[in-house]
Design a protein around this ligand. Sequence first.
Ligand code: FES
Length: 269
Amino acid sequence: MINVPKTSMMSAVSLIVPNVTKPVVKSVAPTVGKYLVPPAKKATLTSYSMSLLTGKGAMRVTSGIASTAQIRLAHTDLRVPDFSDYRRDAVKDSNKPTSESASSRRAFTYMVIGAGSVATAYAAKNVVTMFVSSMSASADVLALAKIEIKLADIPEGKNATFKWRGKPLFVRHRTAEEIAAEQAVDLSQLRDVQHDNDRVQKEEWLILLGVCTHLGCVPIANAGDYGGYYCPCHGSHYDASGRIRKGPAPLNLEIPEYVFPDEDTVLVG
Ligand code: FES
């Protein structure tokens, strides 16, 4: 049994059986040579024949031995936006050479880059400042970092002790005799050589950290062989300038940073 494609010539034949003894349906088709049915014509594979198989419109198919099969879409129906409002006036005319407007366009570009650089640097500076300041001490900690002392409350010849940054702070109101005695000390006798004038901003006010430089005990004021401070832990003697004079301590008592905002006040820290 052979299925025969319908053609205009074979419109009357639906089934042909190649058996001469008993044909099922009598053929009405004319014979061509020894063939009852001419062989179907093979379609030649060309661009045109393939294009007939594709959808109508802009789509095209190309094929061949030396070319790759490809489909090209003609985008002629796409609508392109008009950017004229965003383009510079100097370059809207395509007939004009761009070199004519190069200097003005370059100046504008440089201005934009410069302004952008300044803004970027400013933003970077702010970010770095915020980052660094986040690591610094907070306002309440800074408030504790400084101590303001009223000097009028400390009588002459007395030593007042305050707590500052977790340490004892000595403020000594020296007498004229103490000042004269400390200024007259022979520096060659000192272990940690320092003149009295280098340890005070105002002669009558001696401001010290009350921490023994040996092992950190708190010395006792107005005690010891030199009338300044005495550390009972291991027997270190300091004079009225806080200089080590006797005992195991290696250094003079430390002097913190301080200023006198006015005549009656000292600000330590
Ligand atoms: S700690 Fe002051 S003398 Fe040792």
